[in-house]
Ligand binder design. Sequence first.
Ligand code: NZQ
Ligand code: ZN
Length: 381
Amino acid sequence: MENFEFFNPTKIVFGKGEIQKLESLIPYERVLLLYGQGSIKKNGVYDHVKSVLKDKILFEVSGVQPNPTLEKAQEAIDLIRQEKIQFILAIGGGSVIDSAKFIALGVHYRGEAWDILTNRELMLTQSTPLGSILTLPATGSEMNCYFVISKGTDKLANGSPLVFPQFSILDPSLSFTLDQRQVGNGVVDAFVHVMEQYLTFPANAPLQDRMAEAILLTLIEEGPKSYMTNDYNSRANHMWSATAALCGFIGVGVPQDWTTHGIGHELTALFGIDHGRTLAIVLPSLMWVMRTEKKEKIKQYGDRIWNMKVESDDDVKIVIKKTEEFFHSLGVPTKLKDYGISIEVVAQVTDRLKKRGFAPMGEREAVTLKKVEEILLGAIE
Ligand code: NZQ
Ligand code: ZN
């Protein structure tokens, strides 16, 4: 096992009706409510929050979009500075929570806020405290310190220990108004978060492996039920699995491979495909192209997750097919042609990764631009 440090200060308040505790979780007077494009107004979450926080001085920034933008974040940064707001309450999915984190840092940074995404050497020392009410189980943003922000067709990620939410309220019933497509996307996103921390090479970390496998198996069991119905317990298991997938715990001391996300972010930026859906396109092809480098873990994944012995390339194909069928059962397609995208994608994505200096990627930096080309070619149809 590799050396590691683990730190995660986010308090999770899980269960039906827990918004009731909001007031006692926010020991500040001047609070910004940050939310998206209206779902919280339609489903009553907004009114509920306002009534629980009736004794606070509330400010609002709404209209955060999926794949949140620098411009909207800047609006909130300006308001927080002007009104001396002390706390940010993000109410929504990953996009709203990610924005809150970026805003929290941007308020105290005196240069252009976009530098926070482009310059990893920046010394950031201060942030505005934040908390979240999660309405979409998917990204894990509610219990981690990462954020992904877009500017034009650039979509970039970063993280800082200064922006772990102080608390996150996870009430599965708040997600009952999601359309089915977002529920399916959320299961896939969580599943691939686990795979990016698991499908590398053996690192003498059986606890991390078995915790990763527990999340994968739970998502396979509960994900389709969560997708098909608003059953409280299935959604609760989906939600907690998604949080567990990216709160840092399964990734300590083990190699990681964030190639699927690296390529996926470019597909979202170029073609507007939902985040989770891009991952379902990239992962199966990546598993095939990198099957030699990932041989031992693919074998373990086949054995422990799909109950089959993986001895040959044909067996690898079956494991990949089972993974794809799982994504299909969630209504998520796995090929670029399903989005009307064809061969032109190969040069577009590799050029962008090259310009950003992102390649080679992967646990042993074995995913060269040549391999990215192969992965994209394999994902077309
Ligand atoms: O804007 P509103 O009206 O709220 O509608 C949203 C949005 O249109 C809707 N929604 C959310 N909760 C709802 C609801 N509709 C009805 N009822 C509810 N209860 O869902 C739509 C999508 O929301 P969004 O927040 O964009 O989805 P998600 O949670 O999948 O977040 C995706 C973003 O997170 C980033 C992605 O790149 C993407 O930008 N990620 C963040 C990560 C992190 N911080 O660790 C890791 C991930 O890999 C990911 O990259
Ligand atoms: Zn993701």
